[in-house]
Structure formats: C-alpha cells, structure tokens
Design a protein around this ligand. Structure first.
Ligand code: CDT
Length: 336
C-alpha cells in the first residue's frame, strides 16, 4: 500500500523579538499533535524560526545574522536540535525552512527534508526564485520585500529524491530492471520548493520530469502586497483575497498539470501586530482538488490521508511524457 498521512504545520504570528526557542516550542506542539494523528510527513513553513525579516531593512550585520542559522548542519543548531531529535523519536519526517548563512558568509533561503528512519537530512533545497528588491521601496508606507538583498539564488537546483521508510513495498534500486518504470512504486518521490518558486511552472516541471509524486513548500506571502504586484489599486481586503486566490490557484493548477500531490505550509498572521501574512496552507491532490486546508491564521495542523497510487492517472495517461510531450517545440523555454 502507498497510503500515507501527511500534514502542513502552519505557523501563526512571530514578532521581530520572538526567541527561536519559543518558536521551536510551538513547532514541537504541532509535531506532537501530528504524532497523535499518525502523520508520517510534516511540512513547516518558509523561514519558520523567525518573523519574515526580509520585510525589514536591517543595517547591522550582527543584528541580521540573528535571523540566520549558521554552520553546515541545521540538525545540530542548538535552538533547533530538539525538533529534529523529537521528529526522530516520533518517527515523523519533517521539512523545515530557515535562513541559512554558510561558512563563507553567503545567505540562502533554505529548507531541508529530515528523515526520521534514516536519522539524517535526506535533501536540502535553496530557494531559486527570490522576489522583491535589493533596495528598500521609496514609499515609506510600502512593506519591503528584501529577499534579493539578504539571499543569493539557490545553487542546488531542483533535485528530486525518494523519501525513506514510508511505505511497505519499498522499491530497492537493485530490484528495478533497467528501463522499467518505477511510477507507482516505493517510497514517494519528493520535490521541495520555497514560496515564490510555487508561481513558476518550470520549477514544478523540472521535478515532475524526475517523477515527483509529492511536492512540498512553505511560504510567507504578504496580505498587503498590492503595491508589489497588484494589477490595479486595491483595498487591503481585496489585496488579501487576491493573494489567497493566487496562492491556491498555482498550487491546484501545478499539482494537476504535474500529476503530483502537494503540501503548502504558511507562516501567517499579524507579526508585531501589523505585518500581515496570509494563511491558506493546503494539501492538494494530483487531480487538483483541495483535500484539506487551514481554517485559521494561527498555528494549525492541516492533515490528509493520501494514496500515492493516485498519481498514476496523470503520469501514465493524461500527462504521459513519453507519448504526449512535444519537446521539439519547447526550445524557447531555456532562452532569455
Ligand atoms: N516569501 C515569498 O517568496 N513571498 C512572495 C511574495 C512576497 S509577499 C511577502 C510570494 O511569492 O508569495
């Protein structure tokens, strides 16, 4: 059987001064709730551990560095280690987004997939599509989006990977004959994105070309970003409704077009009582249907049972790449 229970662990407001330890305590609470519901994979948001700091111009490097995790191995980061240890003890795989400062000083917007059965990080992804600007907006009332200032575009590509220890009929590499399809067999083939990446069909497609069956991502999406990309003047309420609509639209459409399940996990709520982020965490099927969605803009576990067999309709019929793709006509896709 390839049925598993999965969850998005949505995380509500976090202020500029909220200690990481306090955030991790909330994440542990969500993880324990997940254990009670027999969840096998929990997806936490983008930059889970702090407020969404790219909204703020932080001139001091020392101050800025407090929002980053330092060193090669996030599982050993003192404030965050208890989360990985507990995930291992509970047998739950987790996806965690965080700001990464590498030893050479580069900043990445990163997430990792931690496997409880392997007791280690199976895959790391660094966000490729960084939205916003390097310089603050001139309008002092506009909320900044300084990801281009604080982060470098990811250098790890879109590498699909197989989770481990999820399903009974695991496919061992040596038992798959050369040329034999692994569609519909073994542990889920996974892909990770981060927030703005979800709006780019190429990102999903590169994963689905590797057979991805479950694509997961966290996000921080402003409820008040009409000045950044609204097509017309909008009230704050309209801007938020539009932001939620587009977030859901891209998740449903891309899940269907790439014949994969997807899990999205929001950092949301009113940070510092005024910086609004949308909720809308959701689990979507390969047919594009919403299986479960958040009802709040607070800490909330969104759970669904998924059967990975459901990707076969799309992968073997509607979107069977071997039979229906016309790559001889897609040349422009990798040109400027
Ligand atoms: N974090 C991120 O990539 N956000 C962008 C928009 C900025 S709104 C804070 C997004 O695509 O949702």
């Amino acid at each position: 059987s390839r049925k598993i229970t999965v969850a998005a662990a949505q995380v509500g407001a976090i202020d500029l001064t909220t200690p990481k330890k306090a955030v991790v305590a909330r994440l542990l609470k969500l993880l324990h709730e997940a254990a009670g519901k027999k969840v096998k994979i929990v997806v936490f948001p983008e930059c889970t551990l702090t407020t969404f700091f790219p909204r703020h111009l932080i001139p001091s490097q020392e101050e800025l560095d407090k929002y980053f995790e330092h060193g090669e191995d996030i599982t050993q980061s003192p404030d965050v280690k208890p989360l990985f240890d507990e995930a291992k003890a509970l047998g739950i795989d987790i996806v965690l987004g965080y700001a990464e400062r590498t030893p050479d000083g580069t900043g990445y917007n990163t997430c990792v997939y931690y496997s409880a059965s392997e007791g280690k990080v199976l895959s790391k992804y660094r966000k490729i599509h960084l939205p916003g600007t390097s310089e603050p907006f001139e309008d002092p009332k506009a909320v900044n989006q300084l990801e281009k200032r604080y982060f470098t575009p990811g250098n790890l590509g879109f590498e699909a990977f197989r989770a481990s220890g999820m399903v009974q009929d695991a496919v061992k590499k040596e038992t798959v004959k050369e040329g034999e399809s692994t569609i519909g067999k073994g542990d889920p083939i996974m892909g990770m994105l981060i927030c703005n990446d979800r709006r780019w069909p190429e990102a999903w497609r590169v994963y689905s070309l590797q057979g991805a069956e479950l694509i997961v991502f966290g996000f921080n999406t402003g409820g008040n970003m009409a000045h950044l990309w609204g097509s017309k003047p909008m009230s704050p309420e309209e801007a938020k409704t539009e932001a939620l609509f587009h977030s859901r639209l891209v998740q449903q459409a891309n899940s269907y077009m790439n014949a994969c399940f997807s899990i999205s996990s929001a950092r949301c709520g009113l940070d510092d009582g005024k910086f609004d982020l949308i909720g809308g965490s959701a689990i979507v099927s390969p047919e594009g249907h919403v299986l479960a969605e958040a009802k709040t803009e607070d800490d909330e576990l969104v759970v669904a049972d998924i059967d990975l067999a459901a990707v076969r309709q799309g992968k073997e019929k509607t979107f069977d790449y071997g039979r229906h793709r016309r790559i001889e006509t897609y040349g422009l896709i990798d040109k400027q």
